[in-house]
Ligand binder design. Structure first.
Ligand code: UGA
Length: 442
């Protein structure tokens, strides 16, 4: 099929390359000319395992191209809308200006019968609003949320665990003929994963929009739940990792996303739960998701807790002390530092007068732009040398698996390790002479 993907950020670039790999003829459109140049040269504008290979393959076969001219979207059967919806500067709602701007530009190229498939994470009600303008030119809108995780984006896009398609429905919630046609076209796009058993849910616009934010709200809640247990563990001497293992054996609960630590960050979970709460407020149902504000509060408190642990470990103050922070990305396998809990912890320590050195296998360039006041050292061992305290904030394998306590002890006389992701074995570090501090662990 002929597809266009409007917006070539994280979501759009991966989606465009993945759709080409499924055999479609794809043009990716973005107003950022530099991004378009990079993508056209087969270079991923961000760190994402497997993306460069997919770009190269698509560009070589000629099935994938990129352009900054919106008119190049003309002629596509389906136009995927994949622009960002960041948090507004002066509040917690989602900023829809990129969605609206992209839609305005797209309208001039839409032909009757075209399908526009929204992939961006939007407040519920957005699709119904956009459907009016799309219908007015004889095209059809569908909402097809994306569930990709950074670091696994290629796999999540090529073989998603579900496909959700929201279409126009009638008064009793049944898809209209136009809705059925849009759903059929999207099913054709995803025929490869669907034929191998991926569940496909056809629903109305509001449900499709809500599935996305509900999924992220649930994940954020799961993380904050275990972090709340960590807070209780801290005053009772319990160990939250053992607790998580034990409750995780219950299949109804499950162990995944029960990793206690300095909490969630990134470009999605934090802003999505805030936007959801703001939208619920507008709808007169603020009380229904009031708990999301508590989840946000728990999450932010964990960063403060990590800072406090470093202070405590260094005898009450970090002023003038050398602290090495392992990690800057909001999670491993990513160079994304948007709302990174680890970088926030590093900046707070710096604010308290610590001499902070940050290292990360992928995110240093991005981190430097956000927190230029910190010093960055690429080589892990150089960063650790002579540190008074080491703080793990991003559980990259380079730290979690490939860094032994004995090796660290050979690099520095400092004997403090603060494990912000509960990733190390406390016994190993204690045996090497370190004071080990975990999150919600004795
Ligand atoms: C998240 C969702 O997992 C995706 O399904 C969704 O599509 C995406 O947002 C989005 O809306 O686009 P992502 O932001 O890539 O994906 O990151 P996650 O893997 O969900 O991790 C989020 C944060 O939670 C990270 O900072 C991670 O360190 C933290 N986390 C995760 C924990 O603190 N504990 C855990 O047990 C798991």
């Amino acid at each position: 099929m002929k597809l266009s993907v409007i917006g070539c950020g994280y979501l759009g670039a991966v989606h465009a390359a993945a759709m080409a790999s499924l055999g479609h003829d794809v043009v990716g459109i973005d107003i950022d000319e530099q991004k378009i140049r990079m993508l056209s040269d087969g270079e991923a504008p961000f760190f994402e395992p497997g993306l460069t290979e997919l770009l190269e393959a698509g560009l070589t076969t000629g099935r994938l191209r990129f352009s900054s001219d919106p008119h190049d979207a003309e002629g596509a059967d389906i136009h995927f809308l994949a622009v960002g919806t960041p948090q507004v500067k002066d509040g917690s709602a989602a900023d829809l200006s990129f969605v609206d701007g992209a839609m305005d530009r797209l309208l001039s190229v839409l032909r009757p019968g075209d399908v526009v498939a929204g992939k961006s994470t939007v407040p519920v009600g957005t699709a119904a609003r956009l459907a009016h303008v799309v219908n007015a030119v004889g095209a059809t809108l569908a909402w097809n949320p994306e569930f990709l995780r950074e670091g696994w984006a290629v796999k999540d896009t090529v073989s998603p665990d579900r496909v959700v398609i929201g279409v126009e429905t009638d008064a009793v919630g049944a898809p209209t003929p136009r809705g059925i046609r849009a759903a059929d076209l999207l099913k054709e796009v995803y025929s490869a994963p669907l034929s191998s058993g991926t569940p496909c849910i056809i629903t109305d616009y509001a449900t499709a929009e809500l599935v996305k934010v509900a999924a992220n709200a649930f994940l954020a809640t799961k993380i904050s739940f275990i972090n709340a247990m960590a807070e209780i563990a801290e005053v009772t001497g319990a160990d939250v990792t053992t607790l998580a293992d034990a409750i995780g054996h219950d299949e109804r609960i499950g162990r995944r996303f029960l990793g206690a630590g300095i909490g969630f960050g990134g470009g999605c979970l934090p802003k999505d739960i805030r936007a959801f709460a703001a939208r619920a407020e507008e709808l007169g149902r603020g009380a229904s998701v009031d708990f999301l504000r508590s989840m946000d509060d728990i999450n932010m408190r964990r960063r403060a807790r990590a800072v406090h642990l470093v202070e405590e470990a260094l005898g009450g103050s970090v002023f003038g002390r050398r602290v090495t922070v392992l990690g800057a990305a909001f999670k491993p396998h990513s160079d994304d530092v948007r709302d990174s809990p680890g970088l926030d912890v590093a900046a707070r320590l710096h604010g308290l007068g610590a001499i902070v050195t940050v290292t990360d296998p992928a995110a240093i360039d991005n981190a430097r732009k956000v927190s230029p006041q910190l010093s960055y050292v690429e080589n892990r061992d150089d960063a650790i040398r002579d540190a008074d305290a080491i703080v793990l904030v991003t559980e990259w394998d380079q730290y979690r698996r490939q860094l032994s306590a004995v090796h660290v002890a050979s690099l520095t006389d400092g004997r403090v390790i603060v494990d912000g992701r509960n990733s190390f074995d406390p016994a190993e570090w204690r045996a090497a002479g370190f004071d080990y501090y975990g999150m919600g662990r004795p």
